[in-house]
Design a protein around this ligand. Structure first.
Ligand SMILES: [Zn+2]
Length: 392
């Protein structure tokens, strides 16, 4: 058994334990977490670290299969030009070594679990070999209702491939602007059957609401290119969130990813769904594509869980959850470090349905142990030089 201590322990939720002690099995299972009441105790064989011990981090939104697009997607600002640019690379397969390196980089950044979007099976061999836990969100899109069954057949084929690699995952809609109501309904039925978490890109661009409110904005021509029948589509006259609420409210566990243009008051109206809906924020990707962040302060008051993601290397320089936390801390200084840490650990684990094994220092769990190094331990703030060091 190892006894590990530091200036502080963050258990996954709740307050920091000053000079707390973790008792850990040889395989990393948490045996006990001791609150010393802030008094450093003399223990034989206690390893002491400078910093804050936290559970393994969870990256709730990534696209491993886009890792080869790092620094290559040069587009005009905005989500729609970005999507056009990514689609131009559609025929290119991300090399195995590139995805493997991205996976190893995430491990070095203290990440233990990833919610990863897959449109193809390209990343499955990397995930099989990885020491990280992956939940693959197998993503489908089609605005043409006649394509719904075809998309479901393709996704079920992908799911069989995933199973072949011994990996876990679920079938998901890509985004409100790319999925017909018919396809949403089929994916909802599937989710009600499996009970697994489902992810959807949500209000990442203001053009999404323009589309649903007035059939205006960048998405109109984007969709028309892929679905000629779109000319007869009548906009519902409400935000994408309000239009899809009847679906959103029925998924057993739903991750709304991005929320860059979401109205916190509208999202707050579903606070009663806090045991089935979580918000996933990818701040660095939002800054790169849209040049803005969601109203994180407002979203934090909705009563919904918030988790963090990196998005892909096509819209981020690195896959680092601590870097995402630094951006949020700098933009929203009123958000406490313990809140950010909970978003990055326990809430991420919840988003992937892993809260009963990861995300907190609960006895019996094997969540991984990270040290937050070079933080300001007086003010409890992350600094530019703050890094994650894996202890276990
Ligand atoms: Zn994404």
């Amino acid at each position: 058994m190892r006894r590990i201590s530091a200036h502080y322990i963050f258990p996954g939720d709740g307050p920091l334990l000053k000079y707390g002690i973790l008792e850990v099995d040889a395989d990393g299972t948490i045996l006990n977490i001791r609150d010393t009441g802030g008094i450093p105790e003399e223990f034989h064989g206690v390893e002491f670290y400078n910093g804050i011990l936290i559970p393994g981090l969870v990256n709730a939104h990534c696209h491993l299969e886009l890792s080869h697009l790092k620094g290559r997607v040069i587009s005009a600002p905005g989500l729609v030009p970005f999507l056009d640019s990514v689609l131009a690379f559609r025929a290119e397969v991300c090399p195995y070594e590139v995805m493997e390196q991205a996976d190893l980089n995430m491990e070095a950044e203290g990440i233990v679990a990833v919610g990863d979007i897959s449109n193809t099976d390209h990343s499955f061999p990397v995930k099989q070999k990885s020491r990280l836990y992956y939940h693959s969100f197998l993503e489908g899109a089609a605005m043409d209702p006649l394509w719904s069954e075809k998309v479901m057949t393709r996704l079920r084929g992908l799911a069989r491939g995933l199973e072949h690699y011994g990996l876990k995952g679920s079938l998901c809609p890509h985004a409100p602007y790319s999925v017909s109501d018919e396809l949403f309904e089929k994916l909802l039925e599937e989710s009600l059957h499996t009970g697994l978490p489902v992810s959807v890109h949500h209000q990442e661009s203001f053009h999404e609401d323009l589309l649903f409110l007035k059939k205006e904005g960048d998405f109109v021509s984007f969709i028309e290119q892929q679905y000629p029948g779109f000319t007869t589509w009548i906009p519902p006259g409400k935000s994408s969130f309000d239009h899809l609420l009847p679906f959103f409210s029925r998924f057993p566990r739903l991750l709304l990813v991005h929320n860059t243009y979401s109205n916190p008051e509208r999202l707050g109206s579903i606070a009663g769904l806090s045991d089935s809906v979580a918000l996933v924020l990818c701040p660095r990707s939002n800054l790169m594509l849209e040049g803005r962040l969601p109203d994180v302060e407002g979203l934090s008051r909705t009563g919904l869980r918030i988790a963090l993601g990196t998005d892909s290397l096509a819209s981020n320089h690195e896959l680092s959850i601590v870097s995402e936390m630094k951006v949020l801390q700098d933009a929203f200084p009123e958000i406490a470090l313990t809140t950010l840490l909970q978003w990055a650990t326990l809430n991420g684990a919840w988003a992937l349905g892993l809260e009963s094994c990861l995300g907190s220092f609960t006895p019996g769990y094997r969540p991984g142990i990270n040290l937050v190094e070079n933080a300001d331990l007086q003010a409890l703030r992350l600094l530019e030089k703050t890094r994650i060091r894996r202890i276990l």
